[in-house]
Design a protein around this ligand. Structure first.
Ligand SMILES: *Cc1c(COP(=O)(O)O)cnc(C)c1O
Length: 372
């Protein structure tokens, strides 16, 4: 009998989700309503902010945050290039220009010192990405934003419940979370913006609903960004379980990190003492000293029944459609470029059992450890 395949992502919802979804289905009120409001209240409290506004995707959350802050044509947004395309698509959607600054080689997140070198008098927003669930240096980024009069928009799509200092991500600037199926909690598709600024919250609520404050009272041209009660019913039980689910991710990460310590050419993720990670991914770096290169290791692990992921195989703007795009900067980011060649994510989600974790460690060691 062969061991079952360990996938890099898995979506397990549970009976409480089924019950809540059925309740909404049977209520006849399936579009945006009281269940969305309940999800918003719970999410705001989890992030320690005054308000959370649910929208139909994480990408929309980023666009909404930028629009609410008035970021548009002529403005520049500074972000990290090791990210999902949504981060830069949101800026382009607003007609603003994306500028890239290099990442910190240990945390894989926007380095405030590097960001300081690309700010200009057009910089309207600094948009750190809390990659793999680990918060960026929010102290340095907040200080930089204050110095240059920019707002902070956090791409927290992968970091539900992660903290910097004693504060959750999403509470430093305008927080943008994804509720896509494979994220740490989900509504299938969905997103949510967190803020302490009542004007930002109000603007997003109006923009979300075609620019209407009340029925057929239009205040500004808006959008249909609404989430549905059907979707919120999926997310609510997961929000209630988020702390436990994150603890399982952290326990899996601790097991993997201990098992992979002192393996030549392998650098496990390291979490600085001032933050906690939501471990959306457990990402190791496969350096030149490793016995196999990153892609060969990934394919050997696949053959052994272990799924892996590469987030991301190229920098977000390293594609033809962005290379010559007038709104996309061409700033050099060598540290991020090297990370894109070396990162490999191993399964860490709550569906990974302790036995799975041990199997992952054993297999990686067997493939890479010359003494094994
Ligand atoms: C998933 C993700 C997004 C976009 O979220 P969607 O809900 O898929 O629109 C944005 N940024 C990052 C870093 C992501 O991982």
């Amino acid at each position: 009998m062969t061991d079952p395949y360990i996938p890099i992502t898995s979506v397990e919802l549970g009976p409480e989700v089924e019950r809540r979804v059925l309740d909404v289905l049977r209520s006849g009120h399936i579009a945006q309503g009281p269940v969305v409001a309940e999800l918003e209240a719970g999410f705001a409290s989890m992030c320690g902010v005054a308000d959370a506004i649910a929208v139909n995707s994480g990408t929309t959350a980023l666009i909404a945050a930028l629009e609410a802050h008035g970021v548009g044509p002529g403005d520049e947004v500074v972000t990290a290039p090791l990210t999902f395309a949504a981060t830069i698509n949101a800026v382009i959607e607003r007609g603003a220009t994306v500028r890239f600054a290099d990442i910190d080689p240990v945390t894989y997140t926007l380095d405030p010192a590097a960001a300081a070198t690309v700010v200009t008098d057009r910089t309207a927003a600094i948009m750190p990405v809390h990659l793999y669930g680990l918060p960026a240096d929010m102290e340095g980024i907040t200080a930089l934003a204050q110095r240059c009069g920019a707002v902070v928009v956090e791409d927290a799509a992968q970091a539900h419940g992660a903290t910097f200092g004693s504060r959750p991500v999403g509470s430093f600037g305008t927080g943008c979370f994804s509720l896509y199926a494979t994220k740490n909690m989900t509504t299938a598709e969905g997103g949510i913006v967190t803020t302490d600024d009542p004007a930002v919250a109000d603007a997003i609520r109006v923009l979300r609903n075609q620019g209407m404050r009340a029925r057929y009272e239009y205040e500004r041209p808006g959008h249909n960004w609404r989430l549905t009660d059907l979707q919120a019913a999926v997310g609510l039980p997961l929000l209630e379980r988020l702390a436990d689910l994150t603890d399982q991710r952290r326990a899996n990460a601790a097991l993997l990190a201990a098992g992979l310590a002192d393996l030549p050419g392998v650098t496990p993720p390291s979490v600085p003492p001032d933050r906690t990670s939501a471990f959306h991914q457990f990402t190791v770096r496969i350096g030149a000293e490793a016995r196999l290169d990153r892609d060969t290791l990934a394919s050997r692990l696949h053959d052994a029944g272990i799924g892996t992921g590469i987030y991301y195989p190229r920098l977000a703007h390293d594609y033809d459609c962005y290379r010559t795009h007038p709104l996309v900067g061409r700033d050099a980011t060598p540290i991020a470029a090297q990370a894109a060649r070396e990162v490999l994510s191993l399964p860490v989600h709550p569906g990974v059992t302790a036995a799975d974790g041990a199997r992952i460690v054993d297999r990686v060691r067997a493939l890479l450890d010359p003494g094994a």
